[in-house]
Design a protein around this ligand. Structure first.
Ligand code: PAF
Length: 282
């Protein structure tokens, strides 16, 4: 596996692959990689001969008072993990490569509508940062395929929207969330949990699963299920940002006949902001 910092060097290598008719998949990450990222690489490999993984802690998607400074930077360990899972290139651009004119003068890619609620409401500007950096990574790498995790459900929808709206010739693949044995979604931010909080954290997934089961069995009292779920998580110690049942395709309010639903939730447990979802196809 090659570790490449320069955009020119990466593009030269990709051009050589293209001469051999090889396709490229991109897995954008912010590093501190875990098994979930390993799975994204495996899935990328199923769709392309070459896999590029980017590690870049993108400053523009962190709000004031968020964890940009303390976000774990673990490049040596990430490099070992990526070698192990068989990525072809680890791309580690610096700020000047991603934002040649600086963050403050950067062209911003912004998706309306879909970004207004949920994580977009709690973290103003967050999705502008995500779409802006992902568009830049897409422009640098020009992959045929890009893989994102389902854990960040709203994020993958927003990226799909952007890709389609800008007619980018990139197939977006959403990979199922990889979980710990007790159901907790794997996340770099789980490292912020204390031992006690770690025992409570799987409750988030349990509550979403319970609501998923009720939906499957025909319960359509959405507001009641949302409130009961929020109460249960609140009682367990979560400071919930939201828990909502929505249409899976666009996060709008579902009606009783909707058969493609997602139950999404995010909230803080101590210092860690946890996020998870369950998709329910009835
Ligand atoms: O999901 C993430 O890790 C980030 O939001 C992403 C997509 C790599 C953009 O910085």
């Amino acid at each position: 596996m090659e570790v490449i910092q320069s955009k020119e060097e990466l593009q030269e290598l990709i051009a050589a692959w293209r001469d051999e008719d090889e396709h490229v998949a991109l897995v954008p990450t912010m590093g501190n990689l875990h098994q979930g990222h390993g799975r994204l690489v495996e899935i990328a490999r199923e769709h392309a001969e070459r896999v590029v993984v980017s590690v870049y802690v993108n400053p523009t998607q962190f709000g004031e008072g968020e964890d940009f400074e303390e976000y774990p930077r673990t490049l040596e360990r990430d490099t070992r993990r990526l070698k192990h899972v068989g990525a072809d290139v680890l791309f580690v651009p610096d700020d000047d490569t991603v934002y040649p004119f600086g963050h403050d003068c950067a062209t911003v890619v912004s998706v309306p509508g879909l970004t207004e609620n949920f994580c977009g409401a709690v973290r103003p500007g967050h999705f502008d940062g995500v779409t802006t950096v992902v568009a830049r990574l897409f422009a640098i790498v020009q992959p045929e395929v890009a893989v994102f995790g389902q854990k960040d459900y709203q994020q993958q929808l927003v990226i799909r929207y952007m890709t389609e709206d800008l007619s980018l010739p990139i197939r977006i693949i959403t990979a199922a969330t990889v979980r710990e044995d007790d159901g907790l979604a794997m996340s770099s931010r789980n490292a912020y949990l204390t031992e006690e909080e770690r025992l409570v954290a799987p409750k988030l997934h349990q509550v979403l699963e319970q609501i998923g089961a009720r939906l499957q069995s025909g319960d359509r009292d959405f507001a009641v299920m949302e409130q009961e779920g929020a109460d249960e998580l609140g009682a367990a110690g979560f400071k919930l940002d939201y828990l909502a049942i929505r249409r899976a395709e666009n996060l709008t309010q579902p009606d009783r006949d909707c058969d493609d639903l997602v139950v999404l939730a995010a909230g803080k447990l101590g210092k860690a902001r946890l996020i998870d979802n369950v998709v329910v196809t009835v």
